[in-house]
Design a protein around this ligand. Structure first.
Ligand code: AVI
Length: 321
């Protein structure tokens, strides 16, 4: 097992955060980009969410991978490189890779969060004998770095699990899948995990759990703005709200101002007055119908070669044309 930071984020990380916050908090409705939910505490809270009985994405996906990993590999050409985008705890990849045919495979983990990368690399170190290269980078930067370092032998499998794709809107999903395809060669493959549309009550429990873990995950975004950008958000005066937007097929998370209040974020020169009840939209989590996946992958240049479903979750395998 080898750990190395093969690529790191631009040192403009904090400047980009300030710029994104300045822009998104002045939109109407006000927003904060969901990618900033994952600082060290946010990543730990997300891991806790994945253990909640009401958020079943992680457990169902894990059992689908355990049940079908061998079938997935049986539909792939010989793979020498696996790239996982947003590896989370690393457990899913351990389960998938346990069924790989015997041959040398290098695993590349790509995430902007160093905390998440560290956790995934330690889990893979402890539970597999794989060579691991960690890229602290955006998905596109990581995929390009892997593409550039590629030698001639074997094909690449890109793994994008946990319904992470659901945090992109339709336009960004298409753009992202096309960009991913552009870093691949014909015969390479993509395995995507997606949460499916299910009854509203079930979706709302998953995103507004009785233990308040998802609420803490959401509100931690304000803690992060305070710490990293000199904000003075009174976190107690913003409450967590999850809504199912059926027409756009997404669960939205919001932080709702409990009263009229003024907030300053010195690091980006913002001075905002929130009305009572005014929301900040912090995340969209799109839910799919299984039949949506083939056209979505097709538009980006992948042919679906397998799909496995259980309890409102799907794994879909595509081959790059
Ligand atoms: C990481 N992502 C796929 C999760 C989701 O379901 O959208 C993040 C999350 N937000 C609230 N709970 C979990």
């Amino acid at each position: 097992m080898r750990h190395s930071a093969a690529s790191s984020p631009s040192d403009a990380g904090r400047t980009a955060f300030a710029k994104d916050v300045a822009h998104s908090l002045t939109l109407s409705p006000r927003q904060l980009p969901s990618r900033y939910l994952y600082d060290e505490l946010g990543s730990s809270l997300f891991e806790a969410i994945c253990r909640l009985p009401w958020y079943r994405v992680a457990t169902i996906e894990q059992s689908l991978l355990a049940a079908h990993a061998a079938a997935i590999f049986s539909r792939l050409p010989p793979i020498s490189t696996v790239v996982e985008l947003g590896p989370g705890s690393g457990e899913k990849l351990v389960t998938l890779m346990a069924a790989r045919p015997a041959r040398d495979v290098t695993v590349h983990l790509v995430d902007v969060s160093l905390a998440a990368l560290d956790q995934a690399t330690s889990v893979l170190a402890a539970r597999s004998s794989l060579t691991v290269v960690a890229h602290q980078a955006t998905y596109e930067e990581g995929l390009s770095a892997v593409g550039r370092s590629r030698d001639g032998s074997g094909q690449t499998l890109v793994v994008f699990l946990g319904s992470n794709i659901g945090n992109f809107d339709a336009q960004s999903t298409d753009a992202f899948l096309r960009a991913a395809r552009a870093t691949l060669r014909s015969g390479d493959a993509l395995l995507v995990g997606t949460d499916l549309v299910k009854p509203e009550a079930e979706l709302l429990l998953a995103y507004d759990d009785p233990l308040g873990v998802t609420a803490a995950f959401n509100r931690n975004l304000l803690v992060r703005v305070n710490r990293e950008l000199g904000g003075d958000f009174d976190v107690n005066r913003f409450s967590h709200r999850a809504v199912w937007n059926a027409s756009d097929s997404r669960v939205e998370m919001h932080l709702v101002s409990q009263s009229r209040q003024r907030v300053r974020v010195a690091g980006c020169g913002l001075d905002i007055t929130f009305d009572a009840g005014e929301p900040i939209w912090t995340e969209s989590s799109y839910k799919y119908r299984a039949a949506d996946l083939a056209p979505m992958l097709d538009r980006a240049g992948f042919d679906v070669t397998g799909q496995w479903q259980d309890s409102g979750f799907a794994l879909t395998l595509g081959a790059a044309r």
